[in-house]
Write a protein that binds this ligand. Structure first.
Ligand code: SPD
Length: 376
């Protein structure tokens, strides 16, 4: 199922161009929409084009961690009409009754979504009742090719988690700057996988092994942050980041643009790798909170996002994969061919999804994470 879903060209021949003008919002609805999405996760013109076409004014706020979004959702009254949790977080938020069931008859472009993908996602959102897939990606390693070579030599293990999870390697990279995502739910599983353990283990003793390794690595980690690494990699301020696929590919693009603009300055070459031991893959989902105030407008925006040309424009800008099969013919060939965005058959074998964490494991992760970051 996973493999079929990730075939870059899947369903391309069948892709129907179902682009349509969005429904106009009913006259009594305020022409506003409040969206809460991940940072660096939409094209420059997506919102402006939507506002121009519909007259709906969008307030667009950003976050960079599921934990932050979840805290708001669980507290209620977020003020948002559309939010974008990752699938595993969405799953427990559904259990908590946070989202509105979607009326698919209001989404004319729903048929653009790949059915194989939808079946996979239905494992966490039964019958795809509450959510629509936005973008998906992997968690891997971004690195500055030149600086890593300088620090670790020609044989640097750039295809392996050993690059960042072996303390002696990370100690050598410390001088040029190391960033890790600031989220235990994304970091503990790949550390466990590298250590030969079940990445989604809920066993305290097994989790402790990852924590011990991270504690050993801690003196070499410059910072934990889930978005700052894009610019820092692009500017050469750090040389390695454990981060999200598209974000690192955005760093690559920003570095290339800077090099073009300043041909006299030495350029920065960034690579993204899905380590050979395997890596997390994840799906970010669009959902409407139950207490949303502008539900009609949220539907109009959801349908707009599912138009092939809109989704392809987003993908071409943020370098992530989508589940919109009708968009594929409009996605740049460079994106479709990039193994960091659409993984190779070999890489797909090692990808794993993240588990929905029970509350006690979630609390354990948070406790370990605080100690790791603050030393207390
Ligand atoms: N800059 C946008 C990154 C989006 C990452 N989504 C993360 C999902 C993690 N499970």
């Amino acid at each position: 199922m996973l493999l079929a879903m990730m075939a870059a060209g899947c369903g391309r021949e069948d892709a129907a161009d179902t682009a349509t003008a969005p429904d106009a919002a009913p006259a009594e609805t305020a022409k506003v929409l409040n969206v809460y999405n991940w940072s660096d996760y939409i094209a420059e013109d997506t919102i402006a084009n939507f506002e121009k076409e519909t007259g709906i004014k969008v307030t667009y706020d950003v976050f960079d961690s599921n934990e932050v979004l979840e805290a708001k959702l669980m507290a209620g009254n977020t003020g948002y009409d559309l939010v974008v949790p990752s699938l595993t977080f969405l799953s427990r938020q559904i259990q908590a009754g946070v989202f509105l069931p979607l009326d698919k008859s209001r989404l004319q472009n729903y048929g653009n979504l790949d059915p194989a993908f939808m079946a996979l996602l239905a494992q966490n959102d039964t019958d795809n009742t509450h959510s629509i897939p936005y973008l998906w990606g992997t968690t891997g390693i971004g690195y500055n090719v030149e600086k890593v070579k300088e620090a670790l030599g020609e044989d640097a293990p750039t295809d392996s988690w050993a690059l960042v999870l072996e303390p002696e390697n990370l100690a050598k990279l410390k001088g040029c700057g190391v960033a890790f995502l600031d989220t235990p739910s994304e970091i503990i599983p790949p550390v466990l996988r590298y250590l030969g353990e079940e990445p989604n283990s809920f066993d305290e003793a097994v989790i402790q092994k990852a924590v011990d390794r991270l504690t050993e690595l801690r003196p070499s980690i410059t910072y934990f942050h889930s978005s700052q690494y894009i610019n820092d990699l692009a500017n050469g301020d750090i040389c390695v980041a454990v981060g999200w696929s598209g974000d690192i590919i955005q760093a690559q693009a920003r570095a290339a643009e800077a090099a073009e603009a300043n041909p006299d300055k030495p350029g920065v070459e960034i690579s993204y790798v899905i380590p050979k031991e395997g890596a997390p893959m994840w799906f970010d989902m669009l959902a409407i909170p139950k207490d949303a105030q502008n539900i009609d407008n949220a539907y109009v925006f959801l349908d707009y996002l599912m138009r092939p040309e809109v989704m392809a424009g987003i993908q071409n800008y943020v370098a992530y994969a989508s589940a919109n099969q009708a968009a594929l013919p409009m996605v740049d060939q460079a994106i479709l061919d990039d193994p960091g965005i659409y993984p190779t058959e070999e890489a797909k074998k090692g990808l794993f999804t993240l588990a929905v964490l029970p509350p006690e494991v979630d609390r354990l992760f948070t406790r370990h994470w605080t100690t790791l970051k603050t030393g207390q």
